[in-house]
Design a protein around this ligand. Structure first.
Ligand code: NI
Length: 256
C-alpha cells in the first residue's frame, strides 16, 4: 500500500458526495492519503471547503470563483473571498481562471474576474490554483503580467506552454487524464516536467484515472496516476508520491 498521497485538487463539496461524504473523508487517512486541498468554485463551495478543512486536520481549503460563475457571482466577491481567506486553513485562492470551452462570449468578464482574484491572492500572499480550458494564450499572458505563485491544475496545454509555466516558477498539476488512452499531450508534458515541479490531483468527483475511468473519483485513486507517472519517469510510484507531496506542502506552505 502507498503512503504520502497528497491530492492537490479535490471537490468533496460536490453533491455526488452528499450520501457518504463523512465515511469517504473518514477513510482517506487509513488509505495512505496525507493531505487534500479542497477547491471552491463559487462562494458557497468556498465556505463549505473551509468547513471541511476546519473539521478534518488533513484537509485544506482553496477559496475562489471559477470562470463558469462569472455571471452569477455577487459584485462584492473579492471582499467575501478576502474574509474567507484570512482563515488559517485557507491555503490558496482557487480555483480561478479562464474557460473558453464553456463560453467564448464572456471572455472579457472571465479575464477581469481572473485578474481581480490574482491581485487579491498577491495581497494576501497566497498561491493560486488555475483552471485553463482552451484558453492557454490568454491565461499565460495574464500570468506573465502578474507573476503569481501557484499551479496550473489539470494541465491540458502543450510541452511549449508547460515550459512557459515553469519559467514563471509555477507548478503543473496532472491527474487522471495522463492515464487515458488518448493522452498524448499529457504524457509528453509528464516526460518533460521535472518531478520537483509536479503536483498530483484528482479533480474528484471527475476525471477518475484508468482503470476507474467513468467512476466517481476520490483521492485514493491518485495511486494510479502516480504509477503512470512513475512508468513515464522510470522511478518507483512511492517516490512520485513522496516528491509531489513535498511539492504540494511547499507551494501551499503546509508545515507538517
Ligand atoms: Ni476543479
Amino acid at each position: 500500500m502507498y503512503s504520502n498521497i497528497f491530492d492537490s485538487h479535490a471537490h468533496y463539496t460536490d453533491k455526488s458526495f452528499n450520501d457518504d461524504r463523512e465515511i469517504m473523508l473518514g477513510s482517506l487517512r487509513e488509505s495512505g492519503v496525507c493531505g487534500v486541498i479542497n477547491c471552491g468554485a463559487d462562494i458557497e463551495s468556498s465556505v463549505f471547503s473551509l468547513e471541511l478543512a476546519k473539521k478534518y486536520p488533513f484537509i485544506y481549503a482553496a477559496c475562489g470563483v471559477h470562470p463558469e460563475e462569472v455571471e452569477t457571482v455577487e459584485a462584492d466577491y473579492t471582499d467575501t473571498l478576502s474574509n474567507l481567506a484570512k482563515n488559517e486553513k485557507c491555503v490558496a485562492i482557487g480555483e480561478i481562471g479562464l474557460d473558453y470551452y464553456w463560453r467564448q462570449d464572456t471572455k472579457s468578464q472571465q479575464k477581469e474576474m481572473f485578474e481581480n482574484q490574482i491581485v487579491l491572492a498577491k495581497e494576501l500572499n497566497l498561491p493560486i490554483i488555475v483552471h485553463d480550458r482552451e484558453a492557454h494564450n490568454d491565461t499565460l499572458e495574464i500570468l506573465k503580467k502578474h507573476k503569481p505563485e501557484g499551479v496550473l491544475h489539470c494541465f491540458s496545454g502543450s510541452v511549449e506552454t508547460a515550459k512557459e509555466v515553469l519559467k514563471l516558477g509555477m507548478y503543473i498539476g496532472l491527474g487522471g487524464a495522463v492515464t487515458f488512452k488518448n493522452a498524448r499531450k499529457a504524457v509528453e508534458v509528464a516526460e518533460m516536467l521535472p518531478l520537483d515541479r509536479l503536483l498530483l490531483e484528482t479533480d474528484c468527483p471527475y476525471m477518475a484515472p484508468v482503470p476507474m475511468r467513468g467512476k466517481r473519483n476520490n483521492s485514493t485513486y491518485i495511486s494510479y496516476i502516480a504509477e503512470k507517472i512513475a512508468e513515464i519517469k522510470g522511478v518507483d510510484p512511492q517516490t512520485v508520491l513522496d516528491v509531489t507531496a513535498e511539492n504540494t506542502k511547499k507551494l501551499f506552505d503546509i508545515k507538517k
